[in-house]
Ligand binder design. Structure first.
Ligand SMILES: NC(=O)c1ccc[n+]([C@@H]2O[C@H](COP(=O)([O-])OP(=O)(O)OC[C@H]3O[C@@H](n4cnc5c(N)ncnc54)[C@H](O)[C@@H]3O)[C@@H](O)[C@H]2O)c1
Length: 263
């Protein structure tokens, strides 16, 4: 058997990546990271101007070939159009999610439905829409974004946590169903990352500091710190990796206390 060129394990030249949610935060960093490693990246977002900003940023952060595309994953007709417009996609990363931070007894049915609709149904629709073509072509890598909240929760995180745990099982099942056709499916589970999604926490200094102190590394993560995990899972470096959850959380889920006992 030919030995692979290990120096090129992470290269993505010749592959097409679709990053949904590429207009902001982690999706933006993932799009730039995949492009910097050679993929042709379609930066999709419901906010086209934000996706275009990501394209414009590429020159300053590793370069590559990027284009912007408008799609709302909650719009079934738009997703069907996207499959027709975009053609063969080798790598799919999906980030859109929403969190309504409220105790369960205060949650309305509308809020529950809104969080589930984007975090689970939206992910399901986009992954199955593009997963079908990947399975037909016999190759592909799908990456979903779960969270530390798939494992650990706290008051006010219930519905979000539920969707992030559910997403893991969606991805594992997709991995089981598409694996025989050469499609790998994995989750990345970030810890606390400075993005617009977590801006309400940043605006509350005690909360922001408590979250920073909770992880082993004692700080928040930056969106760029998720790019490496996505490049890895997209690339041949992860050719034997499927159905897994890669935590990029500064050690948040490895420790259970907020107190270091005296030695
Ligand atoms: N930021 C964190 O601390 C953190 C922690 C754990 C997990 N995560 C997960 O990582 C992922 C990315 O989070 P982020 O902080 O980068 O979020 P973000 O809010 O910064 O970015 C989400 C992007 O998705 C787009 N989007 C929203 N709804 C859409 C729709 N219907 N169709 C298409 N695009 C849509 C938005 O326009 C935005 O560009 C999410 O799944 C989130 O749950 C984030």
């Amino acid at each position: 058997m030919d030995r692979p060129d290990l120096s090129r394990l992470f290269r993505l030249d010749g592959r097409v990546a679709l990053v949904v949610g590429a207009g902001s935060g982690i999706g933006q960093a993932v799009a730039l990271g995949l492009a910097a490693h050679g993929a042709r990246v379609i930066c999709a977002d419901r906010d086209l101007a934000a996706a275009q900003t990501t394209v414009a940023l590429a020159a300053a952060s590793g370069g590559g070939e990027l284009t912007a595309y408008e799609v709302d994953v909650l719009d079934a007709a738009a997703l069907t159009r996207a499959v027709e417009d975009l053609g063969a996609v080798d790598i799919l990363a999906v980030t859109p999610a929403v969190n309504v931070r409220k105790r369960l007894l205060d949650y309305t049915g509308e809020e529950f439905d809104r969080v589930v609709a984007l975090n689970l149904r939206g992910a399901f629709d986009v992954m199955t829409a593009f997963g079908r073509g990947m399975a037909e072509r016999g190759r592909g890598s799908i990456i979903g974004f779960s969270s530390i909240r798939s494992l650990t929760t706290e008051p006010g995180q219930g519905v979000y946590a539920m969707t992030k745990a559910g997403l893991v099982m969606l991805l594992r099942t997709l991995a089981a169903e598409l694996g025989p056709q050469g499609v790998r499916v994995n989750a990345i589970a970030p810890g606390v990352i400075d993005t617009p999604l977590t801006a309400p926490i940043k605006n509350t200094p005690d909360w922001y500091a408590a979250y920073g102190a909770k992880s082993i590394l004692g700080r928040w993560g930056r969106p760029e710190e998720l790019a490496g995990a996505a490049v890895y899972l997209a690339s041949d470096a992860a050719s034997y990796v499927t159905g897994t959850v890669l935590f990029v959380d500064g050690g948040w889920t490895a420790v259970d206390g907020r107190f270091t006992p005296p030695s």
